[in-house]
Design a binder for this molecule. Structure first.
Ligand code: PMP
Length: 362
């Protein structure tokens, strides 16, 4: 069996050991005579699965009981609405527009109140994180229910290397593509959410972490019951049927991360992989990076030759050699190597080698 080098942006590579464990447990999960796919979400056996996933995630991130941990559905996209519906109580929030998904979050927020764009890098084609000076000032001035950021911009290959200083304004972050890829200082945030399908598990699970105090007053009246974070916290993410198998898989990935050395070790590995790719790009006369160096992501590395036809040829030659998922997002073209936790250094070395030989034999 040949597994490819998978650079997909999500759904993305999962640790092979996790997949094997799932395969082993598929017909008979721990003596229950059925798979997790077939099991009631109200059963004791399943409760143990979701409890273990939550407990492991709390250990990884250092989350105490001030925080609620939710496993929901609808992707990060549904939470673009969940954020304002739960938190925009006085009707005004700040948004930093650093890319496509940050923009979508702001547009969704604007349906429910005054979603103020405090900074944007749209006029630089999202090649960097915008200057945060005006954002910090707006937060210091007060009057915002929260400040929303997208911490790692999957399409543009940029990430925050420093967080905005929000003072008393709760910081809310879409961390979809950097979740579990590096430690986060939870003390800085009010709420954190991520689609699982990059670093944390399969598509179909959204992890929402929120300070209980922030949702104590309940959501806006128009909030769909499903999106009510306070209610979901009270119901242990089981107001309705959750994505049972997805959460089970996430739990296995959380345990894998913990056994590998936790988030600090994930960061060390991701920085090693990213720096190998960025140095290959910087040494090349053919390829160039599309993110400005001070904003480069350690999760998604974007680059191009500048010639769409040549980019296409590179992506197709790579696929022929078992390196898949390297095409850039349809909005920007070029190449993107997503180097999430389950992508091994060996895969990134193969990519760097291919880039060098492609350039040499061009
Ligand atoms: N935010 C970010 C940073 C993303 O990368 C994505 C998807 N790639 C989304 C939001 C949208 O996520 P979903 O498809 O889970 O709704």
């Amino acid at each position: 069996m040949a597994r490819v080098h998978n650079f997909s942006a999500g759904p993305a590579a999962l640790p092979e050991r996790v997949l094997r464990e799932c395969a082993d447990e598929l017909l008979d999960f721990r003596g229950t005579g059925m798979s997790v796919l077939e099991m009631s979400h109200r059963s004791a056996a399943y409760q143990a699965v979701i409890d273990d996933a939550e407990a492991t995630l709390r250990r990884l991130l250092g989350l105490d009981d001030d925080w609620a941990v939710l496993f929901l559905q609808g992707g990060a996209t549904l939470e673009f609405a969940g954020v304002p519906l739960n938190l925009m109580r006085s009707g005004t929030a700040g948004y930093v527009v650093s890319g496509h998904f940050a923009e979508k979050a702001a547009q969704e927020g604007a349906k429910y109140g005054d979603a103020r764009v405090l900074a944007s890098s749209a006029d630089e084609r999202f090649s960097r994180i915008p200057d945060l000076g005006p954002v910090n000032e707006a937060c210091a001035a007060g009057g915002l229910d929260y400040l929303h950021i997208c911490q790692n911009n999957t399409i543009f290959g940029t990430m925050y290397h420093e967080l905005p200083r929000t003072g008393d304004v709760p910081l809310v972050a879409d961390v979809s593509s950097c979740f579990l890829g590096l430690p986060i200082d939870v003390a800085r945030y009010g709420a954190i959410y991520a689609g699982a399908q990059k670093n944390a598990g399969p598509a179909g699970v959204t992890v929402v972490l929120v300070r209980r105090a922030l949702v104590a007053a309940g959501p806006l009246d128009v909030c769909p019951t499903y999106l009510d974070w306070r209610l979901e916290a009270a119901k242990g993410s089981m107001y309705n049927t959750p994505n049972t198998f997805g959460i089970y898989l996430c739990g296995k990935v959380f345990r894998w991360v913990e056994e590998q050395g936790g988030l600090a070790e994930m960061e060390r590995r991701n920085r090693e992989k990213a720096s190998l790719l960025y140095s290959t790009i910087d040494e090349s006369k053919l390829f160039h990076g599309t993110a400005q160096p001070e904003s480069r992501s350690i999760c998604n590395v974007t680059f191009t030759t500048g010639d769409p036809a040549l980019d296409k040829r590179f992506v197709s030659e790579a696929a022929d050699q078992g390196l898949v998922g390297l095409g850039g997002h349809r909005l920007v073209g070029g190449m993107r190597a997503s180097i999430y936790n389950a992508v091994r250094l060996e895969s990134v070395e193969a990519l760097a080698g291919l880039m060098r030989s492609f350039e040499r034999f061009l």
